[in-house]
Design a protein around this ligand. Structure first.
Ligand code: HEC
Ligand code: HEC
Ligand code: HEC
Ligand code: HEC
Length: 479
C-alpha cells in the first residue's frame, strides 16, 4: 500500500506536466507544420528545380548529446552552438545530397524544465528537416512518461535500441541517395552494445546484394550506446559490413576515434550542439566502385546566420518557462542558524562607500556591465524567468529567503553584497558585531570557464574592477 501511494505521488506531477506539454506541443507542432507547408507552397509557385548532380559527393550530418543545450547563454563571447544556427551549416548541402541524423540524448534529466526542452528540441529537429533521430534509453523513458512514444514516430523518423515492450520502435532506417547516377543506400541502425550479441549486427543491415551487385553502394552506420576499444575491435572483426561506428560523446567537439583511414570509421558527435559532424561520401579515386569516407567537425559559430523559425521557437520556450513558474518551484535549502537575506540596500546605511562603489562599477567602462545590473541583463535577453540563468544573476536563489521573483523579492535582484559576503540578517541585527558568515560565493563559482571565458586568465583585472574596500580613510567611508 505504501508503495502504491508513493507511486501516485511521483506520477501525478509528471502527468500534469505531460498534459501541459502535450497541449503546448500540439500548438507547436501545428505552427511547425504550417511553417513547413508555407515554405513548400512558396517554392511550388516556381518551376520545380530539377535536382542536378553537380557535386560528386553526399553528406551525412550527425549531431547528438544536446543534453538540453538549446542555445549558448551569451554570458561571454565566442560561445559555440545554438539550434537556431544549425541550419546555416546543414543547408550548405541540398536536400537530395544529404542525410541529417541526430544520435540522441536530448536532455540531461526528467526535471520539468528538461521535459519542456525535450519537446522544443523535437520541434527544432522538424523545423531543421532532420531525416532521423535515434532515441537513447533516457529519451525513450521520457517519451514514454510524456505519452509521446506512440505519436512521435508520425512526426519524425525515429530509431532506438531501447524500444519499449508495448510500442514498436524501429532499430534501423534507410535512405537512398544518388551519387554520380548510382544509388547509395545509407542505413543507420541503433545497437545496444551493452547487452546485445555482436552477431545481431549483420541482421540489422540490408543483405549484401546491393553492395555487391555493382549497380550501387551501401553505407552502413551503427550508432552505439557504449564504446570501448574491445567493442570497436570485435565489431570491426566480426561485423565487417559496418562502415561507420558512432560512439557516445567524450568531449564537446565531435572527433574521429582511431585511424581515419580504416573501416569502420569510428567517431563521436560531441556535446551541447557546439559542433556538427560532417561525414562526406565520394567515390574513391582509384579502386572502381569503392567509396571514400571523410569526417570533420564543423563548429557552430556565433557569426552564422540564425534561422528565424528557430529564434521564434526559443521565444516559445522562454514563454513556457515563464508559464511553468519554474523559479517559484526551484528547490531551496534552509540557511544555517535561521539566517536570512536582507538585500544590498540594507547594507547601504552603514557601508555607503562600498555600496556606491558596487553600484558605480556598472558604469566604469562603456559597454561594461556589472554585478549591480546583472538582472537587467537577463531582462534584455528575456531570460529573467529561467532558473538556469537567474541562479548566477541574483542573490541566494538556491536558499530560503533568497530570490524568488522580481515581485516577491525585488530587493534581491542582481549580484549583490550577500552573494560574496553571505546573508546579512544577523550582522545587521548586531549592528556589525557578528561577522557575516557562509554561504559565500567566490568569483569562480559564477565566473566559470563556460560563463566567463576571459576570467581565468585575467583574475587580477576582474578583481580590480570591483574593488570597493581598503579605503577606510575615504571621506565618505563607513564610520
Ligand atoms: C553570484 C555570481 C557571481 C559571483 C560570485 C561573482 N560574479 Fe562577477 N559577474 C557575475 C555576473 C552575472 C556578471 C555579469 C553582469 C552583467 O553583465 O549583467 C558579472 C560581471 C563581472 C564583471 C564585469 C565584467 C565585464 O564585462 O566588465 C567583473 C569585473 C566581475 N564580475 C568580477 C567578479 C569578481 C572579481 C568576483 C569575485 C570577487 C565576482 N565577479 C564574483 C556574477 C558573479
Ligand atoms: C554559472 C553562472 C552563470 C549562469 C548559470 C548564467 N550566467 Fe550569465 N553571466 C555570468 C557571468 C559570470 C557573466 C559575466 C561574464 C564576463 O564578463 O566574463 C555573465 C554575463 C551575462 C551576460 C552579459 C554578456 C555581455 O556581453 O555583457 C548575459 C547577456 C548573460 N550573462 C545571460 C545569461 C543567460 C541568458 C543565462 C541563462 C541561459 C545565463 N546568463 C546564465 C554567469 C552566469
Ligand atoms: C563579487 C563579490 C562581492 C560583492 C558583490 C561585494 N563584495 Fe564586498 N568584498 C568582496 C571582496 C572579495 C572583498 C575583499 C576581500 C575580503 O575582505 O573578503 C570585499 C570587501 C568588503 C568589505 C571590507 C571588508 C574588510 O574586512 O575590510 C566590506 C565592508 C564590503 N566588502 C562590503 C560590501 C557591500 C556592502 C557590498 C554591496 C554593496 C559588497 N561588499 C559587495 C567581494 C564582494
Ligand atoms: C548597522 C550597521 C551595519 C549594517 C546595516 C551592515 N553592516 Fe557590515 N559592518 C558593520 C560594522 C560596524 C562592521 C565592522 C567594521 C569594521 O570592522 O571596520 C561591519 C563589517 C562588515 C564586513 C567586514 C567584516 C565581516 O563581517 O566580514 C563586511 C564584509 C560587511 N560588514 C558586510 C555587510 C553587508 C554585506 C551588509 C548588508 C547585508 C552589511 N555589512 C550591513 C555595520 C553594518
Amino acid at each position: 500500500m505504501k508503495q502504491l501511494v508513493t507511486c501516485i505521488c511521483v506520477l501525478a506531477p509528471l502527468e500534469i506536466v505531460a498534459k501541459a506539454i502535450k497541449r503546448v506541443i500540439g500548438v507547436l507542432f501545428l505552427t511547425g507544420l504550417m511553417v513547413v507547408a508555407s515554405c513548400e507552397s512558396t517554392t511550388s509557385t516556381k518551376p520545380p528545380a530539377k535536382p542536378v548532380d553537380t557535386t560528386d559527393e553526399l553528406t551525412i550530418f550527425l549531431t547528438g548529446n544536446e543534453l538540453g543545450a538549446l542555445k549558448p547563454c551569451g554570458c561571454s563571447g565566442g560561445q559555440l552552438g545554438g539550434l537556431d544556427r544549425r541550419a546555416a551549416v546543414l543547408n550548405t548541402v541540398p536536400k537530395h545530397k544529404r542525410l541529417i541524423v541526430d544520435t540522441g540524448s536530448l536532455v540531461k534529466s526528467d526535471s520539468e524544465q528538461d521535459l519542456l526542452k525535450f519537446n522544443i528540441i523535437i520541434e527544432a529537429f522538424k523545423l531543421l528537416d532532420y531525416d532521423l533521430v535515434n532515441l537513447s534509453e533516457k529519451d525513450i523513458e521520457i517519451c514514454n512518461n510524456l505519452g509521446l512514444l506512440g505519436s512521435i514516430g508520425s512526426v519524425l523518423n525515429i530509431i532506438s535500441s531501447h524500444g519499449a515492450a508495448d510500442v514498436n520502435v524501429p532499430t534501423k532506417f534507410t535512405k537512398r541517395l544518388s551519387l554520380k547516377g548510382k544509388t547509395v543506400v545509407v542505413t543507420v541502425a541503433a545497437f545496444n552494445a551493452k547487452s546485445a550479441p555482436i552477431e545481431q549486427i549483420e541482421e540489422l543491415f540490408t543483405p549484401h546484394q546491393e553492395r555487391l551487385s555493382g549497380a550501387g553502394h551501401a553505407i552502413n552506420i551503427l550508432i552505439l550506446n557504449h564504446c570501448d576499444p574491445a567493442i570497436i575491435d570485435s565489431i570491426a572483426k566480426r561485423a565487417p559490413i559496418v562502415d561507420c561506428l558512432v560512439c557516445p560523446a567524450d568531449s564537446d567537439e565531435s572527433r574521429i576515434i582511431g585511424d581515419p583511414n580504416k573501416r569502420p570509421l569510428v567517431f563521436s558527435v560531441g556535446r551541447f550542439g557546439r559542433y556538427i559532424g560532417r561525414l562526406q561520401i565520394s567515390e574513391a579515386a582509384k579502386g572502381k566502385g569503392k567509396l571514400k569516407l571523410s569526417f570533420r567537425a564543423i563548429p557552430v559559430e556565433e557569426n552564422l546566420e540564425q534561422q528565424s523559425s528557430l529564434v521564434e521557437l526559443y521565444k516559445d520556450y522562454q514563454q513556457l518557462v515563464k508559464q511553468s513558474n519554474l523559479l517559484e518551484k526551484y528547490p531551496r535549502f534552509a540557511l544555517p542558524n535561521g539566517l536570512e537575506y536582507t538585500g544590498s540596500e540594507s547594507c547601504k546605511l552603514c557601508h555607503d562607500y562600498e555600496y556606491q562603489k558596487w553600484r558605480a562599477a556598472a558604469f566604469r567602462e562603456p559597454g561594461s556591465q556589472a554585478h549591480a545590473d546583472a538582472y537587467a541583463t537577463l531582462e534584455q535577453a528575456s531570460s529573467q524567468f529561467d532558473p538556469e540563468c537567474v541562479v548566477c544573476h541574483v542573490v541566494g536563489m538556491e536558499y530560503e529567503s533568497g530570490f524568488v521573483s522580481e515581485e516577491k523579492t525585488g530587493h534581491l535582484k542582481n549580484v549583490g553584497c550577500e552573494n560574496c559576503h553571505g546573508p546579512g540578517s544577523e550582522h545587521i541585527r548586531t549592528l556589525g558585531k557578528a561577522e557575516t558568515t557562509e554561504p559565500k560565493s567566490v568569483c569562480l563559482d559564477c565566473h566559470t570557464p563556460e560563463h566567463s571565458g576571459d576570467y581565468a586568465a585575467n583574475e587580477r583585472s576582474f578583481l580590480e574592477k570591483i574593488i570597493h574596500w581598503g579605503e577606510k580613510n575615504a571621506p565618505d567611508n563607513f564610520k
